[in-house]
Write a protein that binds this ligand. Sequence first.
Ligand code: CLF
Ligand code: SF4
Length: 493
Amino acid sequence: MSAPIISLKSLSSTTSAGQLLTIAKSGGCASSSCGSSSTPTDTDSAIWEKIKDHPCFSEEAHHYFARMHVAVAPACNIQCNYCNRKYDCANESRPGVVSEKLAPDQALRKVIAVANEVPQLSVLGIAGPGDACYDWNKTRATFERVAREIPDIKLCISTNGLALPEHVDELAEMNISHVTITINMVDPAVGEKIYPWVFYGHRRYTGIDAAKILHEQQMLGLEMLSERGILTKINSVMIPGVNDQHLIEVNKWVNERGAFLHNVMPLISEPAHGTRFGLTGQRGPNPLELKALQDRLEGGAKLMRHCRQCRADAVGLLGTDRGQEFTLDQIPLELGYDGSKRYAYREVVARIRDDHIAAKDQAITTLASVSTRGSLQVAVATKGGGRINEHFGHAKEFQVYEASQTGIKFVGHRKVEAYCHGGWGEDAALSGIIAALAGIDIVLCAKVGDCPKKQLMEAGIRATDAFGYDYIEAAISALYITEYGSDSSELTA
Ligand code: CLF
Ligand code: SF4
């Protein structure tokens, strides 16, 4: 079957004010023990206004602000080989437990419940569990209801792009400020290996025709969004041997068409997921392969490296998921919006953020003064707020930073099983953590026991709580000076 002809450029190449302060400093909820690295000093002010409280579009913002997803859009118009539709859309989530699907009125109740209780909430995203643009009526109805009740929440949508062009004008009218398109290829011959079929214009297309239509629609949608000043992030699933090298070309194409960020995510593929890739043994990349590709892409479209591949019903700071606290059965049928916690939290963040940015700038200046070249890979246990404020044993992920004379760069995260269970360390979990921290020089955390510290050291990884509760960048800069500065001495912490 031949694809429709589209002329487009793409074809050419609970909480008091005092507790809120605690939350802002710790990054977690007061009741429990938890893009772009741009800052106002290096970003156009209009862009900064758009990204400063979006945890996905700003790496800096993800230390302070949270997103939530509502799973209102189950229908999908394409088939990806890494999806079997039993789980959330794998383009914006990891395969896991199926999300609680919501009608728009139920979604509104849930958003109000979360906004009343999670002061960090700044963005509502619709990311499936199918495709938000294809299941448009539910997506639109949800955004309209939420925007009426909570006008200051940012609206964000994620789509495979096939039905995007027909909704771009409505997205602009509805003030949807951030859009993600999953683009895994710009060459239909590559696309054919990823997408067995698409459903478009009331017809089903397969093979190269399917991939060609999808590609054309994705590029058209991206160009239309850029023309309207809507910030666009491109998600690409890295599939070794299928599109890994090709993503360099994808990065070029999306950069030329105005994409703000490019987020390369690892394929998650297991036989138990029942996907085509899972069943055929297609593997995902390991963290080092992912980082190597991201490093090669530096210099093109700006990279997002802090994605957590969250579920279509995720709630909270990236890297945490409080979704289970807000299932429908726990939310009253009648619920009014009370924004007091969110407003108080924002005031606190506005104050401490300047302090953090100044500490970061100072750290970078310090690094630049070191004459010996070297680099450090540092893993940080944090609950947010930009500080080293999580215990080693409680960490479910470590944020990874790379320090060199040229600065301190967030380069990713490593998910782990927490070491501490009910006050006891689990040896099996520690082995997994050591494996996950391959390539890391130093672990920074708020507290670490002698036993895990010794075992980490035997694996060549130092761990210290000497910088507990400091700003991440300030601690890394102090470490770097210890390692490479002129007054270099051994780290003894
Ligand atoms: Fe959600 Fe996506 Fe909007 Fe963020 S997630 S719709 S842009 S509010 Fe964020 Fe989650 Fe990664 Fe997505 S960490 S999977 S990039
Ligand atoms: Fe699955 Fe999302 Fe692909 Fe649709 S777009 S097939 S829901 S991964």
